[in-house]
Design a protein around this ligand. Structure first.
Ligand SMILES: Cc1cc2nc3c(=O)[nH]c(=O)nc-3n(C[C@H](O)[C@H](O)[C@H](O)COP(=O)(O)OP(=O)(O)OC[C@H]3O[C@@H](n4cnc5c(N)ncnc54)[C@H](O)[C@@H]3O)c2cc1C
Length: 505
């Protein structure tokens, strides 16, 4: 039996491989880079272990069920620790808000900051719960291949006010500008501008309250390793340093892939976890694309990019929380600069990650490991990062040194940054976007890249630019959509029981 080829080993690709294998398909995963994980790669440097990307794990059952599907115990592969507070939000006026899961703790802080908003928050939480009941429970893993799929959900979307933006919806309940920011920054974690993203994304608030925020022991990379080990245990190879250069199509059907070194691998179907825009324009010849022409691909709006600095210190900052959001003096203005004007602003809002708050083993003893992330415009900005990156990094470190991390510069022992060049180059994303397609209403559900290609039979997509979208829970759900639309194998290959030897290929 020819295998299904999965291109890319991000969370979406690994989850797809698990689900296809559980259905009885033969599967092989081909990853362009030297390590699996995609955005969830790991940088190891000077005794520190830095997760490159996702650090906030929500909806942990979505990870666990990948293991149980194959008859394995997830706790034999990875372990999660709860994080409290979920985020500490710090404002330029010196005030702070601990964003947590417990309603009474949230309300007590709102009462201290803006007593008039307590009632509004309770209504907002109720609204988030209602949106969750439809947007998550019913739609998150539903296929949106046909316009009819979309038409069916329109009444619910109208009733819930999905035509409003996240900020617009929150502002209708909450008056204090700082609290509005506390309850609207979440879409930024999946590449969306709260002033543009449909209020469906308010469901993130309820999702976090319902299932909590978690951090893997050993970092997010430990979950990636767990998934790769799981796949090895059931006979699925995750082959690194295997960039796919071309998808072969015969009579309108995907029949194989050709690696950049010329190796050909025949397959029964292709599932791409690589960015659909890149796949359509770079891996498929134009004669095979009636819908996704170069022009159609270019018309789509990509999310913003990120500038991320990974650094370690010989001082431990024990009063800094695991996740800190450092909001700058401007909110809407800064987001306009990033998303619309596409200029690099003089000010910034930052997310500071201190994984050693939960797991000190990620840094040498007596040291602290961090990353600091600044949303920046994607490559449509024309910013020359070659000449800009060093000064931008210095400015961010200087800001931290003068504020939340006093003495940072003299205690710095390792430091390295990435910028849109990393996303465009290493991860092959369109316009150096960090989160794939921007999640706005006109690019959601049916209007996002479909999980089943309209142009080539036997070509499927999972990952951030497909429904439901970016973020670890999002891309894990794209694999659930795939599972629903992939035809069952004619001769299913049984999954070996735990502990049973895997047949040699
Ligand atoms: C800095 C950062 C922080 C984030 N923080 C969070 C967070 O805290 N919580 C959260 O839930 N989400 C977070 N996200 C978002 C989340 O990480 C992503 O949405 C998710 O990991 C994307 O997964 P994916 O399956 O779409 O694939 P990706 O991770 O994008 O992987 C795609 C893979 O395809 C491979 N590939 C591409 N082209 C080819 C080819 N031709 N041949 C072979 N392989 C190819 C790439 O090398 C890559 O490995 C963050 C993202 C970033 C960048």
């Amino acid at each position: 039996m020819k295998p299904i080829v999965v291109i890319g080993s991000g969370f979406g690709g690994l989850a797809a491989a698990v689900r296809l294998r559980a259905q009885g398909h033969e599967v092989i995963v081909l990853e362009a880079n030297e390590q699996p994980g995609g955005r969830a790669s790991v940088f190891r440097r000077d005794g520190f272990s830095f997760d490159a990307g996702p650090t906030v794990i929500t909806a942990p059952h979505l990870l666990d069920e990948l293991f149980t599907l194959l008859g394995r115990n997830p706790r034999d592969y990875f372990d999660l620790m709860p994080v409290d507070p979920f985020y500490r939000v710090e404002f330029p006026d010196g005030s702070r808000f601990d964003y947590v899961g417990d309603e009474e703790r949230i309300v007590a802080q709102i009462a201290a900051m803006s007593p008039d908003d307590v009632e509004g928050y309770r209504k907002l939480a109720k609204k988030a719960e209602e949106i969750f009941a439809v947007g998550y429970d019913q739609l998150v893993d539903a296929p949106f291949d046909s316009a009819w799929d979309m038409v069916k959900v329109l009444p619910d979307m109208m009733r819930l006010g999905s035509y409003r933006t996240v900020y617009g919806m929150v502002a209708s309940f909450i008056k204090d500008e700082r609290l509005r920011q506390v309850f609207t920054f979440q879409p930024l974690l999946v590449g969306g501008n709260p002033f543009n993203t449909t209020s469906i994304y308010l469901l993130i608030h309820w999702l976090e309250r319902k299932w909590g925020v978690w951090f893997p022991r050993g970092g997010t990379t430990a979950v990636v390793k767990g998934l790769v080990d799981l796949l090895a245990d059931v006979g699925v190879e995750v082959r690194c340093n295997a960039p796919v250069g071309r998808i072969e199509v015969e009579n309108g059907r995907a029949t194989g892939v050709v690696l950049e070194d010329g190796t050909r691998i025949a397959c029964s179907a292709v599932v791409s976890n690589a960015e659909p825009g890149t796949v359509y324009t770079k891996l498929l010849a134009p004669e095979h694309r009636r819908t996704h022409t170069d022009r159609a691909v270019r018309r789509k709006e990509q999310s913003m990019s990120l500038f991320v600095t990974y650094f370690g210190t010989k001082k431990v900052y024990s009063d800094v929380a695991h996740h800190t959001i450092l909001l700058g003096p401007r909110y809407k203005g800064l987001l306009d600069d990033i998303f619309s004007k596409k200029v690099l602003a003089d000010d910034f809002s930052l997310y500071l990650h201190r994984p050693t708050a939960s797991d000190p083993s990620l840094a040498p003893e007596g040291h602290d490991g961090f990353y600091v992330l600044s949303p920046v415009p994607n490559d449509q900005s024309g910013i020359d990062w070659e000449t800009t990156a060093a000064a931008y990094e210095a400015k961010i470190l200087d800001f931290l040194d003068k504020g939340v991390l006093p003495g940072l510069k003299e205690n710095l022992v390792t430091c390295e940054s990435i910028d849109p060049r990393y996303f465009a180059g290493r991860l092959r994303s369109m316009d150096g976007a960090a989160f794939g397609l921007e999640p706005r209403l006109t690019q959601s559900a049916y209007f996002r890249y479909h999980n089943r290609s309209e142009d080539v039979e036997g070509l499927y997509f999972v990952g951030a630019s497909t429904h439901p979208g970016a973020g670890v829970p999002g891309v894990l759900n794209t694999a659930k959509v795939l599972e629903k639309i992939m035809p069952a194998p004619a001769h299913p290959v049984p999954v070996p029981r735990a502990g049973a030897p895997v047949a040699a290929k």
